[in-house]
Design a protein around this ligand. Structure first.
Ligand SMILES: [Zn+2]
Length: 110
């Protein structure tokens, strides 16, 4: 079973709601049980959401490397690769954010 804090949206997995919300401190009464369909959506999307976050962190690293390469400015061919990397990583990061917003709006988060 899954329970959602009505104050902050924290999702708790377990047979009962927690006594206190670990995130915001709201009491047990503020938790509502998620309907089975909603709980299934959360379960089904957790892996994908984690993968999106891992990928976003890797893209941050790629952006950092690309920036160093652009600063190094050895020759135009190198800078072209680093500039493309920066553009692609930025677009992918923004796409990931947009996808996560879609997941949240469809209940595929938690
Ligand atoms: Zn809470």
């Amino acid at each position: 079973m899954k329970w959602r804090c009505g104050v902050c949206g924290y999702i708790h997995d377990g047979p009962e709601a927690p006594n206190v919300c670990p995130k915001c401190g709201a009491p047990k009464e503020k938790f509502e049980k998620l309907a089975e369909e909603q709980a299934n959506l959360v379960d089904r999307s957790r892996l994908s959401n984690d993968l999106h976050m891992q990928l976003s962190a890797l893209l941050d690293k790629a952006l950092e490397i690309a920036e160093k390469g652009i600063q190094d400015n050895l020759d135009p061919a190198c800078v072209k690769i680093f500039t493309r990397t920066k553009e692609c990583a930025t677009q992918l990061k923004q796409s990931i954010k947009a996808e996560i917003v879609t997941h949240i709006s469809k209940g595929k988060w938690g």
